[in-house]
Write a protein that binds this ligand. Sequence first.
Ligand SMILES: N[C@@H](CCC(=O)N[C@@H](CS)C(=O)NCC(=O)O)C(=O)O
Length: 218
Amino acid sequence: MKLYGYYRSNASFRVRIALGLKGLNPETQAIHLRRNGGEQFLPANLTRNPQAMVPVLETESHLLTQSLAIIEYLDETYPTPPLLPAGPLGRARVRALAQAVACDIQPFHAPRVLTYLEQRLPRSEAEDWAKHWLRLGLDALETQLSQSIETGLFCHGDAPGLADIALIPQVFTARRHGMAEGTWPTIDRIFAACLAIPAFDLAQPAKQPDRDASFTGA
Ligand SMILES: N[C@@H](CCC(=O)N[C@@H](CS)C(=O)NCC(=O)O)C(=O)O
């Protein structure tokens, strides 16, 4: 297996966490999204993923795209520890939490979106726009998590799973945008519980070999 990713990519971060939880350590190749006009647009990378995005997981026979699909593939292929609960209602809840991040928050902060905005708006307005959607999304997740008896030490019960894998990289993005700890107490508590697990800690941007030397952020 080989993972094509980028240290600051939220979606790649998700897959790194899942690989770590499964005890897998595949070869990796960095696709630098900001260098050379964006290496995601190089022909070899477009062949792997015509969407011009990371992550891509290369198996012996296939190229897999979309982080949540990749993570569910890993979960089905390497079932221990499970990343989804056993029952259909629990699975629906965890997938809904993960998709709230991956479908309804993270896309607003992708380089392609921010670059488009920054070409049309003053930089500070583009930044405010991105922060607005991040705040709304995390506010809603805080409400969902704090009001459900199914929330435990982690997003669903007392073991980490797909919802935590989606949430934690998004919290890193919020902190990188200067959004303060303490705004979302349940999310902060789950964040601390996750970061105590090596698979989460070692997957973070600052601990990736391809990070920019100048990168000091969360
Ligand atoms: N829904 C996709 C999102 C992938 C995505 O947005 N990847 C970003 C990095 S987190 C990317 O490669 N962006 C390239 C660009 O915006 O030009 C997934 O979950 O894999």
